[in-house]
Design a binder for this molecule. Structure first.
Ligand SMILES: [Zn+2]
Ligand SMILES: [Zn+2]
Length: 182
């Protein structure tokens, strides 16, 4: 069964997943990062997920594509990162975590995540998958020079003014002289 949906807040009761699986296509999940601090969706984001029930477990197979705006740690300007990622893992009811841990160890290639045993929040899946693609270090480009901590100049586009400020300001010169005299 295929369903095409708008928005991203969508909850699937596991018992409603048909025998032959449930295919959900989300045409616009732009709101999915609304509460994320370090990034936001820049453009339309799309997601697709195929859910297949195997006993109490749910196999999740999907894809998410988006352009994300991230703030650079060094210069504080936003830059874009394109994300287009496919994922596959098994959702296991969290109340049976102990038993499933053994299963997860037996099948090391099987990626396991948990759900509450009753329903699956699809928006959460996309959110998680997008955030996984964002590196810990946010840098707009490898050679970003960042902002001078002294004068606040964006060193990518302007020169540091620290040195000239000292020369222009007679008081700072006096201060330097005072320190030299001590
Ligand atoms: Zn930067
Ligand atoms: Zn400076």
């Amino acid at each position: 069964m295929i369903k095409v949906l708008r928005g991203f807040r969508y909850t699937v009761p596991v018992e409603d997943i048909p025998e032959n699986g449930l295919h959900l296509v989300f045409e616009d999940i732009s709101g999915v990062l609304a509460d994320a601090e370090e990034c936001r969706i820049q453009d339309t984001a799309k997601g697709e997920v195929f859910l297949h029930r195997v006993d109490g477990d749910v196999h999740v197979n999907g894809n998410v594509a988006a352009v994300i705006a991230i703030r650079c740690d060094r210069c504080l300007e936003e830059y874009n990162q394109e994300i287009d990622t496919s994922f596959f893992y098994t959702l296991v009811p969290s109340q049976s975590v102990e038993g499933k841990k053994e299963i997860a160890l037996e099948k090391e290639d099987m990626e396991v995540s948990f759900y509450n045993g009753a329903e699956i929040q699809i928006g959460e899946i996309f959110r998680e998958q997008i955030l996984l693609q964002i590196p810990m270090r946010h840098v707009c480009r490898e050679d970003c020079k960042g902002i001078c901590s002294g004068c606040g100049a964006d060193l990518n586009i302007e020169k540091c003014r620290c040195r000239s400020e000292i020369l222009d300001n007679p008081f700072s010169v006096l201060k330097e002289l005072g320190q030299a005299a001590k």
